[in-house]
Design a protein around this ligand. Structure first.
Ligand code: NCD
Length: 361
């Protein structure tokens, strides 16, 4: 099906010297995603293709006949879900997405149940998965580990696609895809995502979802990004440099209440204190960065409030009842977008288009 395998043509040493933007093309096959590792590997047509497919899958999945059609699409494939960091939504939505398109799944969620306890390297463990499965979906605490695995497998005699379901503090590309889809749907009757003002709030230094979404938003002209956090938790310089390079307008600030009435979308995040060694952020008072019921009056009528979840106190539960709170919609969108992504990787999107045309035509 795929002729080209660009990761076969570069040594691991040379690959590591590349910037995230330069690495992107190495993850593609015939311009489509094969490995899904970084936000930088996506272009606008690919994003639009995935969003369009997600909507069609959602529509087709409303009837029993449609559900059976979807389940037949990839019924010959098997996927390994290798999640050695905690996960609720990403794991379950990938699991459910696999079920929707008929992919059979298996899982390892804890290294203590695999031969890693006997001293096997994580590289050998994942290479073993590729002997039994046709796709590896992985969440790992080490940034760049999924890239290493993708390179290794591409250079083995059984290359299979590797999907990054969250790596270290760095990347969470599939979360960014569902965030984009949610923003697209939220602004569908208001000229789309382009030109919107979008604020990121909370732990921007270690929040991988923010880093990936800020990167995808570079593909939408006229978007202005706001980074609202205490100085110690501000967004990385590398992200700011990529915004400058793309000519994206941005603002860095620490006054949350001043930003609320100004923006079209607010992306809340929790403090990622699992990365603390000395528990320093656990002791910080971050209550100034919480969205409470009082803030609803300050929010524009057409604005939306997002959160990758899990939340702690960043968003008060009363806020859930406001129609502008779209984080539970994000959760469900994750399933459709991941199903669309899996079909794209295996080049089966065309069948969705044909079925959908028959359905609506
Ligand atoms: C996020 C993650 O794991 O990075 N969760 C998710 O995938 N929805 C955010 C977080 O843990 O705070």
């Amino acid at each position: 099906m795929y002729r080209d395998n660009p990761l076969k043509k570069i040594s691991w040493q040379d690959f590591q010297t590349l910037s995230p933007e330069e690495k992107g093309p190495y993850f593609l096959r015939d311009t489509q995603p094969y490995h899904v590792l970084t936000a930088q590997q996506f272009d606008r047509p690919t994003l639009e293709g995935i969003c369009d497919l997600a909507t069609k899958i959602r529509m087709i999945g409303k009837t029993k006949g449609g559900i059976h059609f979807l389940q037949d699409l990839l019924s010959e494939k098997r996927a390994m879900l290798y999640f050695v960091q905690p996960s609720t939504r990403t794991f379950l939505s990938f699991y459910a997405a696999c079920q929707i398109v008929g992919v059979k799944t298996s899982e390892v969620r804890d290294t203590t149940t695999s031969s890693e306890v006997k001293g096997e390297s994580p590289e050998d463990t994942v290479r073993t998965f590729s002997s039994y499965f046709d796709m590896i979906i992985m969440r790992h605490p080490v940034g760049g580990f999924a890239e290493r695995i993708a390179w290794l497998l591409s250079n083995s005699n059984r290359p299979v696609p590797v999907l990054n379901a969250g790596s270290g503090k760095d990347q969470h590309p599939t979360q960014a895809l569902l965030d984009i889809y949610t923003l697209e749907r939220s602004f569908e009757n208001r000229a789309g995502v382009e030109g919107k003002k979008i604020a990121f709030v909370g732990d921007l230094a270690r929040g991988r979802t923010v880093r990936s979404l800020a990167t995808l938003l570079l593909l939408y002209p006229g978007v202005k990004q706001y980074f609202v956090a205490p100085k110690e938790l501000q967004i990385g310089e590398d992200i700011l440099r990529s915004l400058e390079k793309a000519g994206t307008e941005f603002e860095i600030c620490d006054d949350f209440e001043q930003i609320i009435p100004e923006v079209d979308a607010i992306y809340m995040t929790r403090i990622q204190d699992e990365w603390d060694t000395a528990h320093e952020s656990r002791l910080m008072d971050t209550s100034r960065y919480h969205f409470t019921a009082r803030h609803l009056e300050m929010l524009k009528p057409g604005a939306v409030l997002l959160h990758p979840l899990p939340r702690r106190q960043e968003i008060a539960c009363e806020v859930d009842f406001d129609p502008r709170a779209v984080y539970w919609r994000q959760v469900r969108n994750g399933m459709w977008v991941r199903a669309a992504l899996i079909l794209t990787i295996f080049d089966r999107g065309g069948e969705i288009d044909r079925y959908y045309e028959d359905l609506v035509g």
